[in-house]
Write a protein that binds this ligand. Structure first.
Ligand code: FAD
Length: 460
């Protein structure tokens, strides 16, 4: 048994590696235990590889007969080498993973490659290739992330795959059925449609992207139709058959052809199989309950990332990691973010930061809501995509920005500006008085804010 370290972190995803780097930089002796590869779900089987595959699909799709390039006078015939595209994607992932390793070692983090087992709130046993190692720590940070949710009637295996396998396919499936129209299913379903698959998306609720309001989702639904993707709403998948996938609405069932069935119905927090149950920590539903310092119900045990709740997003995990590291260093720091930005890299992209009009109404806040369509934005038109809009939700008394939402080409890059406006408690007048570069998509934030100011004046 070695001397106790200041902190041991279980899990080397965005939550865990960010916490480890910051803890070590803050002067804490830090051990990071990772059973797989550094970077976790996000870097290896999530955010990064999915965006790489989407990039390939977008470029390939643009070149196709009905693609955007034909509309601007460029005619080309493209062929796809999917294994080469996947090698490029793996190279991107590898470069980023090496970067994480470099940052951690430079900061002085001790990385143990092995599976952690919680012995008690201070002791972790790690099975490594070299044998069992005990780590005793003053503080434990749990960052074990999430895994794809499996349906009992559609277990993973054979032609039923999760997003992990989808991101390494070496052949474009002729017919792809996607179960679940959340952001992961839509991002991957759209990408494979552009790569040439005949795609059907099956969704149990009556809307794609059920987390977002109908107005925001409409341009994405229109684009799915334009891409020839068959979207079946209010429909459940009940089992994979030889020929395909059995789906149904109520008692009416049918079997649709599918060579591959991609199940994307959510993610499950990893809170089993490594002894954490023995700590008997307080739960919040299926997640670990934490306070504003990311403390669990046991002193000295912290939790961050996907195991702590929705939205399960990498930047939330990283922001929690910074909170924990600073708390452990004795700095006054709490989780007090006003908004967690969310981006769906669908086509068009969708951005949501802060309150939607419905959420504001439910919270009893009186609002003005103003919108600027991208059909009035010069940059969107020069990109040959004028679908979508930016919407600003503001408090009707103070003019404070409560939410910024957008759907349109490239709106993911507006996430920083939108989050800054809400975090800095800007008013729509502040946004209106800020000069926005021309021609950029960000001018539509300005346009929507100016319309909100106008409405506030009229209401005054
Ligand atoms: P994870 O990244 O899941 O990392 C947990 C790590 O813990 C893993 O490496 C695992 O091996 C390790 N571990 C688990 N148990 C043990 C143990 N007992 N011992 C040692 N190690 C252990 N988020 C975004 O913000 N933007 C996106 O665009 C986005 N796209 C996504 C696309 C897909 C297809 C998927 C699947 C996810 C996407 N996400 C995205 C979500 C994002 O990947 C997660 O929110 C993020 O990875 C959570 O980070 P984490 O640190 O909590 O856990």
């Amino acid at each position: 048994m070695t001397d106790p370290v200041d902190v041991v972190i279980i899990g080397g995803g965005p939550g865990g590696y960010t916490a480890a780097q910051r803890c070590a930089e803050n002067g804490s002796s830090t051990v990071l235990v990772e059973s797989g590869v550094l970077g976790g779900s996000c870097l290896n089987v999530g955010c990064i590889p999915s965006k790489a595959v989407i990039h390939v699909a977008d470029r390939f799709g643009e070149l196709g007969a009905g693609g955007e390039l034909a509309a601007v006078g460029i005619c080309a015939t493209a062929t796809l080498d999917l294994p080469a595209a996947m090698r490029w994607k793996d190279d991107v992932v590898g470069r980023l993973r090496n970067g994480v390793h470099h940052l951690l070692t430079r900061a002085g983090v001790r990385i143990i490659n092995g599976r952690a087992q919680v012995v008690d709130g201070k002791t972790i046993s790690v099975s490594t290739e070299a044998g069992e190692e005990m780590v005793v720590a003053r503080n434990v940070v749990l960052a074990t992330g999430s895994r794809p949710m499996e349906l009992s009637h559609l277990p993973f295996g054979g032609k039923v795959i999760s997003s992990t396998e989808a991101l390494s396919l070496q052949q474009v499936p002729g017919r792809l059925a996607v179960v679940g129209a959340g952001y992961i299913g839509l991002e991957l379903g759209t990408a494979f449609a552009k790569l040439g698959s005949n795609v059907t998306i099956v969704e149990a609720t009556d809307q794609i992207l059920p987390m977002y309001d109908a107005a925001l989702v409409r341009p994405v639904a229109a684009r799915l139709r334009a891409l020839g993707i068959d979207v079946r709403l209010g429909t459940t998948a009940s089992g994979a058959a030889d020929r395909g996938l059995t789906i149904g609405v109520g008692d009416d069932t049918e079997t649709i052809d599918a060579d591959v069935v991609l199940v994307t119905v959510g993610r499950v927090p990893v809170l089993d199989g490594f002894g954490v149950e023995s700590l008997d920590l307080t739960m919040a539903g299926r997640f670990l309950a934490i306070d504003e310092h990311c403390r669990t119900s046991m002193r000295g045990v912290y939790a961050i990332g996907d195991i702590t709740g929705e939205p399960m997003l990498a930047h939330r995990a990283m922001a929690q990691a910074m909170v924990v590291a600073d708390v452990l260093a004795g700095r006054p720091r709490v989780w007090d973010y006003r908004a967690v930005p969310a981006v769906c890299f669908t086509d068009p992209e969708l951005l949501a930061v802060g309150m939607s009009p419905d959420e504001a109404k439910a919270a009893g806040v009186s609002t003005v809501v103003a919108l600027q369509p991208f059909s009035a934005n010069g940059r969107a038109l020069t990109l040959a995509r004028d679908d979508g809009f930016v919407r600003v939700v503001a408090d009707s008394t103070s003019g404070r920005v409560l939410g910024i939402h957008a759907v349109g080409v490239g709106v993911s890059e507006l996430a920083g500006a939108a989050a800054t406006a809400i975090e800095m408690e800007m008013s729509v007048a502040d946004l209106d008085l800020t000069m926005h570069a021309h021609p950029t998509l960000s001018e539509s934030i300005h346009g929507a804010a100016a319309a909100a100011v106008d409405r506030l004046r009229k209401n005054a």
